[in-house]
Design a protein around this ligand. Structure first.
Ligand SMILES: Nc1nc2c(ncn2[C@@H]2O[C@H](COP(=O)(O)OP(=O)(O)OP(=O)(O)O)[C@@H](O)[C@H]2O)c(=O)[nH]1
Ligand SMILES: [Mg+2]
Length: 223
């Protein structure tokens, strides 16, 4: 009985995600889902990425947190549409679900957008289980979190397309083996595209922004 209920939750989430995929295909809007453990640098990266892209593309952001509108406030200076989901208002879930994303999309003028960015709730487990109807799942892993995370949290790494290995400006101060983490990434997901970034120094951001711009253009041209 319990298993049936759980299956129903995932099935309904998946069917709403499929609706979102159809809608965004029709509107030619690219959507990314940025996931990581708390504090890996999602919002700081977004600040730089939005800064680089906003003159070329029309961007909106969906911010997910359990409590507070802090991340939305950090990005408010970009003067783009932002909707904050605070899950504490309806149960305090540690992930976002496709029905909430659908509601947020209703709050945007999709005809006037090229890119929707979702910042998922800081958590390396639950967000990976819920499809949101996005085009690209991006996981951020900072170098202060250890080399073993891709093999300890395989679903997050296996179900993502792209990895941002962030906070590389800290490498000189750490005993961190980049080759080892890359081996673990390969083991979890041999197809993962990897960018090494520092949201602090800006290193690697141009390369990632070029990748994202290429994908936005591809979606615009797709029939
Ligand atoms: N040195 C360094 N610090 C960084 C970098 N990126 C983010 N930080 C710092 O890491 C801390 C957390 O960054 P956030 O951007 O808030 O992380 P987050 O993933 O959005 O956090 P949650 O939304 O709470 O999950 C902040 O103090 C940032 O200044 C980086 O590349 N290098
Ligand atoms: Mg954040």
């Amino acid at each position: 009985m319990e298993i049936k209920v759980l299956k129903d939750i995932f099935a309904s989430n998946e069917s709403r995600a499929e609706e979102i995929r159809t809608l965004l295909k029709e509107k030619k809007v690219y959507m990314i889902d940025l996931m990581s453990s708390p504090g890996s640098g999602k919002t700081t990266l977004l600040d730089r990425i939005i800064g680089s892209l906003k003159n070329r593309y029309r961007i909106a952001v969906i911010e997910g947190d359990i409590e507070t509108t802090r991340d939305a406030e950090k990005l408010a200076g970009h003067d783009i549409p932002i909707i904050q989901i605070e899950t504490s208002l309806f149960g305090g879930d540690c992930h976002l679900e496709s029905s909430w994303i659908r509601k947020c999309l209703d709050g945007f003028d999709l005809d006037a957008l090229d890119l929707v960015i979702i910042e998922n709730i800081g958590n390396l487990v639950c967000p990976a289980e819920f499809e949101l109807g996005d085009d690209e799942r991006i996981v951020v892993l900072s170098v202060t979190e250890g080399e073993d995370k891709p093999v300890k949290y395989p679903l997050m790494f296996n179900s993502s397309h792209t990895l941002l290995l962030n906070k590389i400006d800290l490498l000189p101060h750490l005993d961190y083996d980049v080759n080892e983490v890359m081996e673990n990434v390969k083991r979890a997901n041999p197809k993962m595209t990897v960018f090494r970034t520092s949201a602090k120094s800006g290193e690697g951001i141009d390369e990632f922004v070029a990748h994202l711009a290429g994908n936005i253009e591809k979606k615009k041209r797709a029939r």
